[in-house]
Design a binder for this molecule. Structure first.
Ligand code: C2G
Length: 132
């Protein structure tokens, strides 16, 4: 049983999120997803996500190619999560290229190309600019 692990906020869920999760799943038999907590987002991005962590967990858990979901409390716990879930590969989008190479002692690390032209930030900006 080859387990794959990936992490993300997955706020305002969109097709770029689907693409990376689907591709991550194709590398193994089981996909485990760490969903960044609301507090982790506040510390990282200086704002809370639009969707609460409970809703984000519910959305990710409902995908057919996702097997297990947990809340990621800290970026520094990557190694602990990888060991805890016995993951053989960490998959991340290439906006994180090189950033998690320090876990290579525990598993392989693969950075996949992001889906172009879509992001949560852009969606928020587009919605904000709509006429009222
Ligand atoms: N992603 C993608 N294509 C996009 C947008 C996002 O492939 N157009 C990928 C990102 O590269 C990431 C995943 O989708 O691997 C989740 O993206 P975010 O929700 O933006 O995750 P982030 O806030 O970067 O959190 O521990 C890691 C962090 O918590 C990741």
């Amino acid at each position: 049983m080859k387990k794959i692990i990936t992490f993300g906020t997955f706020d305002v869920f969109h097709v770029g999120h689907i693409n990376i999760l689907e591709r991550a799943a194709s590398y193994g038999d089981k996909l485990i997803v760490g969903v960044s907590s609301d507090e982790l987002n506040l510390s990282k991005k200086k704002r809370y996500p639009i969707y609460s962590q409970n809703d984000r967990v519910k959305i990710i858990s409902s995908l057919r190619f996702v097997d297990e979901v947990f809340i990621e409390e800290s970026l520094d716990l990557k190694l602990e999560y990888i060991k805890q879930y016995d993951a053989k590969i960490l998959v991340m989008g290439d906006d994180w290229a090189g950033r998690f190479d320090w876990v290579k002692e525990a598993c392989d690390v693969i950075y996949l190309a992001r889906t172009p032209s879509i992001s949560t930030t852009e969606i928020i900006e587009v919605v904000r600019s709509l006429p009222r």
